[in-house]
Ligand binder design. Structure first.
Ligand SMILES: N[C@H](CCC[C@H](N)C(=O)O)C(=O)O
Length: 291
């Protein structure tokens, strides 16, 4: 019958990034793309990302997490979703620190006080074939890619970073001055990105503050993308335009991102919000929409 029929879920958000968490620790098959799309429909629980928690596969971890975008595709990492899911497991377990296995690696989470949670997103990756890009670029701090007229590009020379998923960051003076709903899908699906990419517009306000807006791979415009905030902070620090610890303002709120010098890991700290709990109606999945 699939994984989600009759399954209880929790609807949350991480600074406006719409997250649904399902606890499949009792065991369930992997979620099929059409099931993920049906679950995200208005009759289900509309979300940007669905976080599915499975039993641990590695001793010492608290679970294995698979992450789905609302178009049914699977994501390696989701920073905001990790905080939401971790907050539920913190409440249930009374632990102070949690470790989860994801497709992007093993991630640690801990309580940062004042209702904030920190996720260690691991180290960023910069090699062209790790992003991945379709062709070799030696310097991924700025790659040759532009959109708009050739002699007067609208957006150009993004930094690219893999933060558990592929990101391209375009530096601009005003993140609201561009039609991201128009340029986002073109860039997300550009042939230079064989696995597509999350597309971010970033304005560096000061050495400690960046403002961003993101078109997410597989989910479109969202109010916040945690891994994009991490990727942007790292890309700006690589260009020596910011410190390694910055405040990142997203349409839905603020995150603190720190790229540690000692172990190269990126730490993301922010709040979570509980919205409501529900159960997926099995009928949703009888007539799962075709791709
Ligand atoms: N919203 C997420 C990122 C989802 C990434 C996803 N769109 C992909 O790479 O497929 C976050 O807070 O990090």
């Amino acid at each position: 019958m699939g994984a989600l029929a009759n399954q209880p879920f929790v609807k949350m958000n991480g600074i406006g990034n719409e997250i649904v968490v399902v606890d499949l620790r009792k065991g369930a098959p992997a979620i099929a793309p059409e099931e993920a799309r049906a679950a995200a429909s208005p009759q289900g629980a509309p979300y940007d990302q669905l976080m599915a928690l499975y039993p641990p596969r590695i001793a010492g971890t608290d679970g294995f997490i698979r992450i789905y975008n609302n178009d049914g595709s699977e994501a390696g990492a989701c920073g905001n979703g990790m905080r939401c899911l971790a907050s539920l497991v913190f409440n249930e377990s009374g632990k102070d620190a949690l470790t989860f296995e994801t497709k992007a690696g093993i991630l640690n989470c801990w309580k940062a006080g004042d209702g904030l949670y920190t996720v260690d997103m691991g180290p960023p990756r910069f090699k062209w074939n790790e992003i991945p890009l379709a062709e070799e670029f030696r310097d991924t701090r700025a790659i040759e890619l532009q959109i708009g007229p050739i002699d007067k590009p609208v957006l150009h020379s993004p930094a690219v970073v893999n933060m558990g998923n592929p990101h391209a960051i375009f530096w601009v003076d005003d993140v609201n001055a561009y039609d991201l709903a128009k340029f986002g899908p073109l860039l997300e699906n550009h042939p230079i990105f064989p696995e597509r990419a999350n597309i971010t517009l970033a304005h560096i306000v000061s050495r400690e503050h960046i403002v961003i807006r993101t078109w997410e791979r597989g989910a479109g415009l969202t109010k916040a993308c945690g891994s994009a905030a991490c990727a942007t902070a790292v890309a700006a620090a690589r260009l020596k335009r910011t410190e390694r610890k910055v405040r990142v303002t997203l349409p839905g709120g603020e995150l603190t991102i720190e790229w540690r010098a000692d172990n190269d890991h990126v730490l993301m700290t922010g709040p979570v919000e509980f919205e409501f709990a529900g159960t997926f109606d099995p009928q949703l999945f009888d007539k799962a929409p075709a791709p």
